[in-house]
Design a binder for this molecule. Structure first.
Ligand code: ADP
Length: 449
């Protein structure tokens, strides 16, 4: 049991975690860089401590500085949020070695899931459907590589076992390109991730991105909490997410959800997590598991009525999940727009002073943000300044609320992607549901995105 939590993060997610701490009567400790001294998470926390200069490497990624801050402030647990150190197994181990609780799975679990080949092997063993291909690294013998690729078929995708963030992957369309592509990807894997192991799987040409939210306690009880569709992406960055994934039979979602919960039990998973799938022609294919809270967790909160961060902290405290699977329901429909400080056409980051900020309200509208009028978006971190989340009784109701909310939202002083969100919320193909992951980059239905 712990009575205080240090939040090793910034921005809207730090604010979100502090709110959950409040609810549970826990003391919230904020850490911040020099650039974030006036930030909302610093003001909201019970204690705040500066851990270094603006660049993340010298602050939010500085493990020693964060552990020292925990010691100085007497924090007993560390919540990593998402990004930064949230999927760093070595950091999770260091936190536990320092006698603190890491709010997330064990380092060893994160290590398995961080290696894409090991993760795929573990998931296939647990009966989770995976993309066709061998669950092992490609050999060095060129003849064998060509044979393996032939069995998978073209197009295929080469992936670095240690890859992440959309890097370390290469599509191969023809056998004559295979060996060169493999050499380049191997080199990339070695230099960017310190791991030259590469595997191959079938390339899916028009998949949707559908994911399953799970939670597991330390006593072997695991649940799946619903599906999300995050197919609207640009450069592998999600733009709008929704729950549940539209147009998929609830019985099919339940079947794959059950497999995910079963996999959690099998690997001894603890905490919240997300199984990411590509969904093509009616079938699910596992691609990776995220061993942390996701940016898009609010859409699941809106449809399940559960507070995921509260539950995440409770299971980290060793509490048993009080919920049975048949008590988890999906009510209505929810969308989340990621509000970014960026040019809506070129997508170039647009830091600076927010001179005017008006957010919508009313039934079924939720804003998660650390920004507001007079807030200066620093140039050092990612460009997410908030999330606009809506809920409605049906998908169409939620879309109507989304359009009204986006019309009401005003952010002045910096460029944001609000105009892009407005176009998407009125785009007939998106509104019909079920677009694939290339839809946004193809330019939507009516021209260049
Ligand atoms: P990362 O860890 O770098 O995010 P993922 O394995 O999650 O890597 O894949 C990222 C993205 O790459 C996917 O969302 C999808 O767009 C594309 N991708 C991955 N595997 C495949 C595949 N087998 N076929 C087609 N696209 C793929």
């Amino acid at each position: 049991m712990f009575g205080s939590v240090l939040i090793a993060n910034r921005g809207e997610i730090a604010v979100r975690v502090i709110r959950a701490c409040r609810l549970l009567g826990l003391r919230a400790v904020a850490v911040h860089s020099v650039a974030d001294a006036d930030s909302a998470h610093v003001r909201l926390a019970d204690t705040a401590i500066c851990i270094g200069p603006a660049p993340a490497r010298q602050s939010y990624l500085d493990q020693a500085a964060i552990l020292a801050a925990a010691e100085v402030t007497g924090a007993e647990a560390i919540h990593p949020g998402y990004g930064f150190l949230s999927e760093n197994a070595a950091f999770a181990d260091r936190v536990e070695e320092a006698g603190l609780t890491f709010i997330g799975p064990a380092g060893a679990t994160m290590r398995v899931m961080g290696d894409k080949i090991a993760a795929k092997r573990a998931m296939r063993a647990a009966g989770v459907p995976c993309v066709p291909g061998l669950d092992e690294g490609l050999p060095h013998d060129p003849g064998r590589v060509i044979e393996i690729a032939h069995d998978i078929g073209y197009p295929l995708i080469l992936k670095a076992a240690g890859g992440g963030g959309g890097r370390g992957m290469r599509r191969v369309d023809r056998e004559e390109d295979l060996l060169d592509a493999l050499a380049v990807t191997r080199e990339e894997g070695r230099s960017a991730f310190g791991n030259g192991e590469i595997y191959a799987e079938r390339f899916l040409t028009h998949p949707r991105h559908v994911e399953i939210q799970v939670i597991a306690d330390a006593h072997g009880h695991a649940l799946w909490l619903g599906s999300r569709d995050c197919s609207l992406q640009r450069r592998h960055q999600k733009v709008i997410e929704e729950a549940p994934a539209p147009g998929i039979e609830p019985s099919q979602l339940a079947a794959v959800g059950e497999r995910c919960a079963h996999a959690c039990r099998q690997i001894g998973y603890r905490g919240v997590g997300t199984f990411e799938f590509l969904y093509e022609d009616g079938a699910f294919f596992f691609i990776e598991m995220n061993t942390r809270l996701q940016v898009e967790h609010p859409v699941t909160e809106m449809t399940s009525g559960l507070d995921l961060v509260e539950l995440q902290i409770r299971v980290a405290r060793g509490e048993r999940l009080q919920l049975r699977q048949d008590e988890v329901t999906c009510r209505g429909h929810s969308f989340e727009c990621r509000l970014n400080a960026e040019d809506p056409v070129t997508f170039k980051p647009s830091p600076g002073l927010i001179t005017d900020w008006q957010m919508p309200g009313g039934p079924g509208v939720r804003i998660d943000t650390h920004a507001g009028p007079g807030y200066r978006v620093p140039p050092y971190y990612d460009s997410l300044i908030g999330k606009l989340i809506v809920h409605g009784a049906t998908r169409d109701d939620a879309l109507a609320r989304l359009r009204a909310a986006l019309d009401e939202a005003r952010i002045e002083g910096i460029a944001t992607n609000l105009p892009l969100h407005r176009r998407l919320a009125s785009d007939t193909v998106f509104c019909a549901g079920g677009v694939d992951i290339h839809y946004l980059e193809r330019g939507m239905s009516g021209g260049v995105a």
